[in-house]
Ligand binder design. Structure first.
Ligand code: UDP
Length: 571
């Protein structure tokens, strides 16, 4: 089995089943067999036993060879008594205690099963508003977020995974200023990503330097009038100092909402890659692009035939997941089986570019992204059309933008997830991110464990080009990057440029081009050097809106005490 040391560590600590004594009860091979079998069982609703067995073998091979991996809950739970297979959920919160605490309980159950939850708190009345039943004063959205945060802290995803939440507040909510500064204290909402729900109207008000009204969510009366630019400044200053808040662009999201008659989308899952309606969940899976590179003569090329059949297989796999999934909530079962949203994405983008010797910050890389993602879009559509022929269109098809022209089985098909853990299992670069460093320590992933790595592609590249030496490796370990090392040629330095050496523009260009072909959203972090300024962030956020990303997240190096990735491994 082709597993790296780090992959084995992750598999052992979180994914492999254990017996009652806590001893390992399966091997990685058995894990993939368990998942393949559970997912292929869906085939029996339409086909014979031998067809189900055929697909089981195909699913198993593609996972075992690390061509494709489903999201973590599918790997952890498929074929177990829990069988909750989705990574992403959105739950509604209405302006009453019953709704707030029902959702809190539902979120706890989802997180225990390994899923992440997103909430839009904008329906809640503002802080100090009257509560008619008691005559008391409301505590407001931010205080309830703290309650959710605390619950997550104690649920800890069934001991396997830390909980993840997305908290959104609309930009015209009266408590928006409190929300924007709510993560200044790092511990306060440590289990939340927060994003401001931005409208085009607000962005235009910022551009024109106009006033901005904060509106009561129930009475719709104006509670306060502020300058749009002042709120914008507060947002970007906080993003500068802590990475939060990010933005979600609600109008852009709804311009691409395939099911508007069901309601506007107002929320995303925790990492932002799937905008969802209340109670929807989404199953993700990612194709490891680094496995599709082949040598042709002296050049490396992408094997598009193999990629095409893997996309087709993955769409079928994710369709099956909807069939065999155990839904914790009846509302989720109803809406998920009616809309059948899935999110196929990629990992290993940076590794692919390295193997093709293309710098991340190059026009060639961007053109390749167009080519690869156009291919993903077309192939995933074809696969969904084919499955609609075999198994029927999704139930709400007639309410969708695809009616009556394209008979599809899934309301959405593509999504670029962070692949935080599955990329470790696949031993490839995560999602569409550039290398964070050539040598790095990855902490907090396994609660306390620290994983150290020198990028294996870098070692191969040095050996191939006769540049490898132990002394050089020591130098690289010291800082984790190459630009200052004299004996490394410029071309090598360009190919191995790391996240912080790549300008924010190029980060954003990648997000924009991927978003163009992806019907859900793209999870991407625009990594910034510690020296980046507040106005740099303003420009990135503004450009992201203009270029129609569905959301934007930045992270300035060292702006949090506790960060997941640290450059260099020798300290
Ligand atoms: N997620 C979560 N907890 C985590 C990591 C992820 O709930 O600790 C959810 C969250 O909804 C996120 C999604 O899983 O948006 C996908 O994240 P990622 O691709 O990193 O997950 P992986 O499948 O690699 O574990």
């Amino acid at each position: 089995m082709p597993f790296s040391k780090n992959a084995l560590k992750v598999l052992e600590s979180r994914y492999l089943r254990r017996n009652l004594k806590g001893e390992l009860a399966e091997t990685p091979d058995e894990l993939f067999m368990r998942v393949a079998k559970a997912v292929a069982e869906a085939e029996l609703a339409w086909g014979t036993h031998s067809e189900a067995e055929k697909w089981q073998a195909i699913f198993y091979e593609s996972m075992k060879n690390l061509l494709f991996l489903p999201n973590s809950p599918t790997l952890m739970n498929a074929g177990t008594s829990l069988n909750q297979l989705s990574a992403c959920f959105v739950l509604p919160i209405e302006d009453n205690l019953d709704s707030i605490f029902t959702t809190l309980k539902n979120a706890a159950m989802i997180q225990q099963s390994g899923g992440g939850t997103g909430f839009n708190f904008s329906q809640l009345r503002p802080k100090n508003d009257l509560i008619s039943v008691t005559g008391g004063e409301a505590s407001g959205p931010v205080s309830f977020m703290k309650v959710f945060n605390c619950a997550t802290e104690h649920v800890k995803h069934g001991g396997k995974r830390r909980g993840a939440n997305m908290g959104i507040l609309k930009v015209d909510h009266p408590d928006i200023e409190e929300f924007v500064v709510s993560k200044t204290d790092e511990k306060a909402l440590n289990n939340f990503n927060i994003s401001v729900g931005i409208t085009d109207k607000f962005m235009q008000a910022v551009e024109k330097d106009e006033t901005w009204e904060l509106i009561h969510p129930n009475s719709k009366s104006i509670i306060k009038t502020i300058k749009a630019k002042d709120l914008w400044r507060l947002i970007i200053e906080n993003a500068w100092s802590s990475g939060d808040p990010g933005l979600v662009f609600l109008d852009t999201i709804n311009a691409g909402n395939p099911l508007l008659p069901l309601g506007k989308i107002e929320c995303t899952n925790p990492c932002g890659e799937v905008p969802l309606l209340p109670y929807e969940s989404c199953n993700l899976g990612s194709i490891n692009l680094s496995k599709f590179v082949e040598q042709e003569g002296r050049k490396n090329i992408i094997n598009f035939t193999k990629l095409g059949s893997t996309i087709e297989m993955a769409i079928r796999f994710l369709d099956n997941v909807i069939e065999v999934n155990h839904y914790l909530l009846p509302q989720t079962k109803t809406i998920v089986t009616a809309n059948r949203k899935i999110g196929l994405g990629i990992m290993g983008w940076a590794d692919l570019l390295i193997m093709l010797e293309l710098p991340y910050d190059s026009n060639e890389a961007i053109s390749l992204a167009h080519q690869v993602m156009k291919f993903f879009k077309e192939k995933s559509l074809e696969a969904s059309v084919q499955l609609a022929k075999e198994r029927g269109v999704f139930k709400n098809w007639e309410k969708s933008i695809f009616y009556p022209n394209i008979k599809l089985r899934h309301a959405t098909r593509l999504s670029i997830a962070p692949t935080g853990t599955i990329s470790i299992i696949a031993d490839t670069s995560s999602s569409i991110e550039p290398l964070f460093a050539v040598a790095y320590r990855r902490s907090h992933v396994l609660d306390g464990n620290i994983l150290s790595e020198i990028n294996p592609l870098f070692i191969d590249y040095l050996k191939k080009n006769k540049l490898y030496s132990e002394g050089l490796m020591d130098e690289v370990k010291e800082t984790g990057y190459l630009q200052h090392i004299k004996q490394i040629p410029a071309a090598t330095k360009n190919v191995f440029k790391t996240a912080l050496e790549i300008s924010p523009d190029w980060h954003l260009k990648h997000q924009v081009v991927f978003q163009r072909y992806v019907d859900n959203a793209v999870s991407k972090t625009i990594n910034l050097a510690e020296t980046a300024s507040v106005s740099d962030i303003s420009e990135i956020y503004l450009n992201a809106w203009k270029q129609k990303t569905k959301g934007i997240t930045i992270f300035r190096y060292n702006s949090k005490n506790k960060q997941v990735l640290e450059k260099g491994i020798s300290s």
